[in-house]
Design a protein around this ligand. Sequence first.
Ligand code: PBG
Length: 326
Amino acid sequence: MNYSITRRPRRNRQSAAMRALAQETTVSVNDLIFPMFIVEGTGVRSEVKSMPGIYRYSLDTLLEELKEVTDLGIQCIDLFPNYSEDKKDRFATESYRDGTLYLDALKKVKDTFPELALMTDVAMDPYSSDGHDGLVENGQIVNDATLEILAKMAIAQARAGADIIGPSDMMDGRVGYIRQALDAEGFTNVSIMSYSAKYASAFYGPFRDALDSAPRFGDKKTYQMNPANVREALIEAQLDYNEGADFLMVKPALAYLDVIKTLDQNFDLPIAAYNVSGEYAMVKAAAQNGWLDGTRAMLEMLLSIRRAGAKVILTYFAKEFAQLHA
Ligand code: PBG
């Protein structure tokens, strides 16, 4: 039969050079934020069991690691603290007291690496004896009383040198409250990357191992979003936009690519996505079993998050990605 095919998409795939020309999306180290964990002590470098290749560092080893990380071209890290039980209380007072592990570490990191964009986490869970992101009263997570604590925490972190404040708590009104509190203290240049659409997800499991921060009762469903909802993500994002957020984040990333796309299509702010601990753990576990090629899976995942519309990706793969591209 004399059938001629006019349109042959395979022409643009025939060589590496042609594929590179036709490539629509890329991932660069500049897009990545590396989440890291700090713990008390010296000389500590303890691997998170459920996150192979990810460690809790004491301040001294963290600084060594940061030398490597910044030499690889990573320009932004998000630091999370691991506190022992005896430091936790109902009011998360350790989160804003002077001279704490976390606040001292932020200062030291900022002094040593002034060029690094330093992101911090604002939520009560690492400091809370209840393991919740907000204040617990009679078994309920109370919203407005939590805001005051979050604002104190944010100010303390800004004072310690934070460039980006990351409220991950999902209380109503917190972005505006924190923005006003920061501005009142003169921190008008400190940015807010809001966890706008943060879902009540099973994929945070390994992170809670890393911080020993699992809720002591119940779950986080009265503040984190229902995984079934996307319209609600628009409401959350609109509020954060109106309240002064500088970045809007979706978390987790992979099961929520449609949410990333929806926010990207509706807001002009840069969209961030958190490629969370459970997403990292799945790839690592499968790769260790020889069930898939971990490096290729990583690259494909990061690309998919960028393709969906995220400008910024918080990912535990950041260092590995940077090493691959060094
Ligand atoms: C808590 C917080 C969580 C993560 C970041 N900040 C866990 C939670 O909400 O329970 C999860 C990050 C990850 O899983 O990688 N405020």
